[in-house]
Design a protein around this ligand. Structure first.
Ligand SMILES: Nc1ncnc2c1ncn2[C@@H]1O[C@H](COP(=O)(O)OP(=O)(O)OP(=O)(O)O)[C@@H](O)[C@H]1O
Ligand SMILES: [Mg+2]
Length: 562
């Protein structure tokens, strides 16, 4: 019996695993799958551009071939890739340049693009077409995946005479759909534009409508710094595994070179805590599980300097404000960037929030009613799905918005934006759409929202009071005609002369005497309270909104022809 069962054991590759479990990559549901595909390719493009110090220009095209069958093109102006790495990077799952690094990037796992290429192959039987422009050479190839072995299959490789710098990907997908929805590729790209004001995006939708999201700044975000793991975040297994890759001769040197916040004082304290039983100057190769465990236990007892947080690059209040004004055109806006801090004792992170009120803020339903909206971002990447499972949503929902004069949060023209930046975003799963419940992260988001809430409540309460006064004014004015008529009968004075006087009394009583025209006053009031953090109207009108035109863009249309 035993032997029979054992003979049934069969090894399978990671590509086979994800073929069976593609929902883990967010590739399920027709709408969600198409948005995920755009997300994976676009996030890679921005990552690559930023790392190479290039202002990203990205073109996205979605073409409908037949119902539930679409073609996707994503073209960037990034550095492209070394020709030899191209097949492996895109045609092999769990291969990437980001997994082993503690660096703030959008990608982490090495399965984003390759997962989409696998999805294309298993739904259409076709490989993905790639044009790569790198160091003056342009190469075309078709990339597929040997699913049983998880290795790339490269076909039709040829150098082409096309001047191009960057990466262009074209793939067909079945079992997907483009719908008019708040979770479609257009909404995804609109949110990319909000959190990435330096990115220029052109999007040609399946109806041949061209959307252009212009950049609002030419400043490329500072390059994120790659950091070493903080010594307190290391566990026994990691201490042993990393030791295998070190070239240091002794354990003490290995620890010093590999981890952050390991100074002479720390090493002295560590040796003292370990006592005579373990000498840190022992050979690296002598480090076994027992010794590593004792070292880790001792490390937890020693005081260390907090992890460095300069590895986090936020969007910045200035840039976030500019792009929100550009896209949401709010009446009132408050943007806040908190100081960086850490979670789990070793991972630095930073929270930014914005509360945008009025204008195009909130979500407009088909019946034209407005609902509030939460926009979640992780390392500037929009999270459109799994809202209910996300720590960001939980933090927003835990706020008592009434305290900030937002009486009916669900039904207000309000957009809450939260961007979480970290060298390691704790996603709930490989689909990367929801942030796990890390208490330190939730607390930071809450604190930021409370500060922003306080700032915005001032404006909202003023607005509410003013609205109430205007309502009273309208009511009193309606009665003033009758009162004037009655006074004419009583005093003999002319109704025409009495009316302006009555209006004057109304304005004085309501402290609206300066107001001749209510709309003008509303604008004045707004200006008055425009403190540094509240936007003004002029700033709004100077900004460009996404342009929508019929497509005439040659580059988007013909890139993969010939
Ligand atoms: N547009 C691009 N330009 C340059 N290099 C790219 C581009 N797209 C992908 N790459 C390279 O291919 C690798 C694999 O991409 P993939 O999306 O599969 O994984 P990832 O981005 O590392 O992680 P994740 O699974 O979280 O997306 C990347 O790590 C990067 O090195
Ligand atoms: Mg990726």
């Amino acid at each position: 019996m035993m032997t029979k069962n054992v003979s049934k054991l069969k090894e399978h590759s990671i590509a086979e695993f994800f073929k069976k479990n593609r929902h883990m990559l967010g590739l399920y549901g027709k709408l969600r799958s198409l948005t995920t595909i755009i997300h994976e390719f676009v996030a890679n493009s921005i990552d690559a551009c930023e790392e190479a110090g290039i202002l990203p220009e990205i073109e996205v095209k979605i073409v409908k071939i037949e119902p539930n069958h679409f073609e996707v093109h994503v073209i960037d102006n990034g550095p492209g890739m070394d020709e030899k790495s191209l097949g492996k990077a895109l045609g092999q799952l769990l291969v990437g340049s980001k997994f082993h690094r503690l660096i703030q990037m959008r990608g982490q796992q090495g399965i984003g693009a390759s997962g989409c290429i696998l999805f294309s192959q298993i739904t259409t039987g076709k490989p993905t077409k790639v044009i790569n422009g790198h160091k003056g050479k342009t190469v075309y190839m078709e990339i597929g995946i040997n699913i049983e072995k998880n290795t790339p299959i490269i076909t039709n490789k040829k150098h082409i005479n096309k001047e191009f710098k960057g990466l262009a990907i074209s793939a067909e997908f079945k079992e997907v759909d483009y719908q008019d929805s708040k979770q479609n590729a257009l909404e995804y790209l609109r949110r990319i534009a909000i959190a990435n004001p330096h990115v220029q995006i052109k999007f040609l939708d399946p109806n041949n409508k061209l959307y252009v999201f212009e950049r609002t700044t030419d400043e490329i975000p500072k390059k994120p710094i790659e950091i070493k793991a903080h010594i307190k975040s290391v566990d026994t297994d990691t201490l042993i595994t990393n030791a295998k890759y070190s070239t240091a001769k002794t354990v003490i040197n290995y620890i010093k070179e590999t981890y952050d916040r390991v100074g002479d004082k720390f090493l002295k304290d560590l040796q003292k805590t370990l006592g005579k039983e373990i000498n840190l100057k022992m050979k690296r190769k002598e480090l076994d599980w027992d010794k590593a465990e004792k070292i880790i236990k001792a490390i937890q007892k020693i005081k260390t300097i907090a992890p460095r947080t300069d590895s986090i690059i936020p969007i910045s209040e200035e840039h976030l404000k500019a792009s929100i004004i550009n896209i949401l055109k709010p009446e009132t806006l408050y943007v806040l960037t908190r100081k960086p801090t850490t979670y789990k004792g070793g991972y630095p992170f930073q929270v930014e929030v914005a509360i945008s009120y009025g204008g195009k803020s909130g979500r407009k339903l088909k019946d034209k009613t407005i609902k509030s909206e939460i926009m979640r971002f992780a390392n500037r990447t929009p999270l459109l799905f799994d809202q209910g499972a996300c720590a960001i949503t939980r933090a927003v929902n835990s706020i008592d918005w009434k305290r900030y004069h937002i009486r009916d949060f669900d039904n207000e023209p309000i957009t809450i934006i939260v961007n979480l930046s970290s060298v390691h975003i704790p996603y709930t799963n490989t689909g990367k759409q929801a942030v796990a419940d890390e208490q330190e992260i939730i607390d930071e988001i809450k604190l930021a929202l409370m500060t922003a809430g306080r700032a915005i409540s001032h404006h909202i309460s003023k607005k509410m009071k003013h609205g109430l006064k205007l309502e009273k004014k309208r009511m009193f004015e309606r009665y003033s005609y009758e009162v004037a008529r009655a006074l004419q009968t009583l005093t003999g004075k002319k109704e025409k002369e009495l009316l302006p006087k009555l209006k004057e009394i109304i304005l004085k009583r309501l402290e609206l005497e300066d107001e001749e025209d209510s709309t003008k006053q509303e604008k004045e009031n707004k200006k008055e309270e425009l403190e540094e953090d509240i936007i003004d109207e002029e700033e709004q009108t100077n900004k460009k909104t996404p342009k929508i035109t019929k497509n005439k863009d040659k580059k988007l249309n013909d890139f993969f022809k010939n």
